[in-house]
Ligand binder design. Structure first.
Ligand SMILES: *Cc1c(COP(=O)(O)O)cnc(C)c1O
Length: 295
């Protein structure tokens, strides 16, 4: 048992505090890697297959080969959680470019790719207390990197736009941040997707975003409940006059936003639809259609 977390690096498990990756790995020197994060709640993985599907698609898009097949990756994820002894966990997997075969060579075709994973205690982007009150969101003036340049549908650590936008949000006393695209449309934030209830329907951006598994879960719940949703363009103006706003992420689920750019959303309290969706989301975690026990 190692409740602070267990990692798998270079084919071996170790306490997460001891996990290291080489300084010459191009994940470090070039930001050249992809990753995915799944969670375990009360001893069960949530939508593990969907995360593995996305991770495989991301690696393919970046021409990365982790050297493990899907079943082996899955085994490692189970292994990290089991060895840590965690009931609620944040479980991350990363495939890195690695280093070129000949020292000093820049021929990235010769790189031997790396793989690591770890399980740590469940991460809340917003604490439960903040979720009861609702979070504050800042619309950054810094545009998101163009999707034609770095594909946001491939989960990546290419986060300098997001990190600097996050500082900007803190400078305005906001906890969360969202970035716009070059034409001013809302995209996403620091590891979360955005939903706004405007003119009798939910809107979530369709383009320039990572297709979050939490986002997908919300889309499915709304369809089941017959609540209208538009996957499309979310204008800044619409976000500013929405009656409910929420962000969605594996790290925390569905989190209500009660202030945008310093102005309260509606009454300034988490909205009834958001609360309902949160309950529906967490209820799915016990349902074998969406969750599988840790082995
Ligand atoms: C991971 C991530 C999300 C949320 O995706 P989930 O699958 O719901 O966790 C949204 N945006 C970005 C940039 C992300 O990295």
């Amino acid at each position: 048992m190692n409740p602070s977390g267990v990692a798998f690096v270079d084919g071996r498990y170790c306490p997460v505090e001891e996990a290291r990756i080489p300084v010459l790995d191009m994940a470090v020197t070039k930001g050249d890697s992809t990753y995915d994060v799944v969670h375990v709640w009360r001893g069960r993985f949530f939508r593990l297959d969907d995360h593995l599907d996305r991770f495989e698609a991301s690696m393919k898009a970046l021409r990365l080969d982790p050297g493990l097949d899907r079943a082996q990756i899955e085994d490692v994820l189970h292994g990290c959680v089991r060895r840590a002894g965690l009931q609620d966990a944040y479980v991350s997997m990363t495939c890195t470019r690695g280093r070129t075969a000949i020292p000093g060579s820049r021929d990235i075709r010769t790189a031997r790719n790396g793989f690591y994973a770890y399980a740590v205690p469940f991460v809340w982007i917003n604490t439960l207390e903040q979720q009861e009150l609702g979070a504050s969101l800042w619309i950054s003036g810094r545009p998101r990197i163009a999707p034609e340049s770095v594909d946001p549908a491939v989960k990546n650590y290419h986060w300098l736009d997001i990190q600097m936008a996050q500082f900007e949000a803190y400078d305005h006393d906001a906890q969360l941040v969202v970035l716009r695209d070059m034409s001013g449309g809302i995209t996403e934030g620091a590891g979360y997707n955005v939903f706004a209830y405007v003119d009798d329907r939910w809107i979530t951006p369709a383009h320039g975003v990572l297709k979050g598994v939490t986002r997908q879960t919300v889309i499915e719940i709304l369809a089941e409940d017959g609540i209208p949703l538009e996957e499309g363009h979310l204008a800044e103006e619409a976000l500013l006059r929405a009656s409910e706003v929420m962000v969605t992420s594996t790290a925390g689920g569905i989190m209500p936003v009660t202030t945008v750019n310093g102005t309260p959303v509606n009454s300034g309290h988490p909205g009834p639809q958001t609360q309902h969706l949160r309950n529906r989301y967490w209820a799915r975690h016990e349902d074998p259609r969406w969750s599988t026990p840790v082995r």
